[in-house]
Design a protein around this ligand. Structure first.
Ligand code: NAD
Length: 422
């Protein structure tokens, strides 16, 4: 029996078309790994719960885990990122899905609980909400060993788990898959980087000649700055980390505090994982330029102070789907993308399948690794093994038909030795 609650089962046919498109662009997850999983069934008898953006790419991961023998449960990791057609299609394939676009906070956690009630053995989280809920509300799953280990897909989630671990509160083995090279150097930099076009989808706006402020110069934000520059924008970077700020400066961007950018910014896009990147005060809001577009691509909707902006506005007009015009008391207008939530997922379809192929190739192989090593894993943060990270890289190259050099024995010994010098 499939357990589910989705928006509309009749959307399944449309969802299947979306999945069909993603299949052809995810050869590592959909072909190479799935083919082996189908034969070897490394996940037989294992229940996996994923709290992930319910997109066509996540659907491909679910298919691969299922092909490996797992019972798969999915719920959304953001109230506005679920693609209802994909959710409906997955249910028809025997994936248990509790997700619909636009769920309330209460419904969001209800969906998480429905997945945890299935007593999963592996949790794949995106933002930490499911694993934190397991600690708070389903401690027996941890105490009795039902949960073998967990995986985290995004930077914000990894930061939350590091904080839990530091306080001695992380009670499961936790693999920060986000920190693997095959994940954050591609998914975050290329995927979120390209996500700036969400602002274009949202407002149909020209970047060329605009002052575009990118908050942060980390994995996601440095990719966003590069893409915005490529579109001809005058890019200004804001940072709190001296080294990152220097990197931005030497890469040729203007760097300044966010407050100084407010009167000149035409578009402000955040992806820092931090709170209140624009300070939530009337004084700050008054500094914003008339007509500015504000958007966030970080995990939570608190980078741009959404709540306070809504409170300050005297009028909120829905303009286009998931884009609102906020009119301030002095008549100034600002355009808020995606209610301050991940604009690339809400206004568009999230990361392109090509990059999610590596992220979900890693999640698939890590699920297998967890099952194989279940008797030796200890609670706490555990790095993704380098050989698994490398293997996904090699598989992606193989799928793309790209060949690279291999170290000779002499070269290997040279770069791992100290004897040879001048
Ligand atoms: N939209 C997506 O699809 C998507 C994909 C991956 C990650 N994310 C999310 O994007 C966010 C950033 O992830 P990342 O991997 O780039 O993290 P990162 O740690 O590599 O980069 C964050 C950068 O922001 C800077 N920063 C922190 N606070 C700041 C502030 N107040 N003002 C200016 N700069 C500040 C940090 O110094 C750092 O350089 C996280 O919330 C992550 O979960 C979103």
């Amino acid at each position: 029996m499939v357990n589910y609650k989705v928006a509309d089962e009749n959307l399944a046919e449309k969802g299947k078309e979306a999945l069909y498109v993603a299949e052809s662009k995810m050869p590592v997850t959909a072909d190479i790994i799935r083919e082996r999983f189908s034969k070897e069934k490394p996940l037989e008898g294992i229940t996996i719960a994923g709290c992930l953006h319910i997109t066509k790419e996540t659907g491909i991961l679910a298919r691969t885990l299922k092909a490996g023998g797992a019972e798969v449960y999915l719920c959304g990791s953001n109230p506005l990122s679920t693609q209802d057609d994909v959710a409906a299609a997955l249910v028809q394939e025997g994936i248990n899905v509790f997700a619909w676009h636009g769920n309330t906070d209460e419904e969001f956690y209800w969906c998480i609980r429905e997945c945890l009630k299935a007593k999963p053995n592996i949790l794949i989280d995106d933002g930490a909400d499911m694993i934190v809920t397991a600690h708070k509300e389903f401690p027996e799953l941890i105490e009795n060993g039902t949960i073998i280990a967990c995986q985290e897909e995004t930077t914000t989630g990894v930061k939350r788990f590091k904080a839990m671990d530091k306080q001695g509160k992380l009670r499961v083995p936790l693999f920060p898959v986000n920190d693997a090279r095959c994940k954050n150097q591609f998914d975050n930099e290329l995927g979120t980087g390209q996500g700036i076009v969400a602002a274009i989808y949202g407002m149909h706006v020209l970047f060329a000649g605009k002052n575009v402020v990118i908050a942060g110069f980390g994995h996601c934000s440095s990719g966003m700055a590069l893409r915005a520059r490529g579109l001809g924008a005058n890019v200004i970077v804001t940072e709190v980390d001296a080294i990152k700020a220097l990197q931005a400066k030497f890469a040729g961007y203007s760097v300044m505090p966010i407050e100084k950018t407010l009167p000149i910014a035409d578009i402000i896009l955040t992806a820092t994982g931090c709170k209140h990147v624009i300070s939530p005060s009337k004084e700050m809001f008054k500094k914003l330029k008339d007509g500015v577009i504000l958007g966030n691509l970080g995990h939570f909707d608190i980078e741009v102070p959404t709540k306070e902006l809504y409170e300050y506005a005297k009028e909120i007009k829905p303009l286009r789907q998931n884009v609102e015009e906020l009119v301030f008391p002095d008549g100034k207008r600002i355009y808020l993308l995606a209610k301050g939530r991940l604009a690339n997922l809400v206004l568009s379809e999230g990361h392109p399948a090509e990059v999610m192929d590596m992220s979900f190739g890693l999640q698939s192989l890590m699920s297998e690794f967890i099952v194989k090593n279940k008797n030796t894993l200890k609670p706490g943060m555990i790095d993704v093994p380098v050989d698994i990270d490398d293997r996904v890289g090699f598989l992606k190259l193989q799928a793309m038909g790209v060949e690279i050099d291999k170290l000779t024995e002499e070269q290997y010994n040279y770069i791992h030795g100290y004897e040879e010098g001048t």
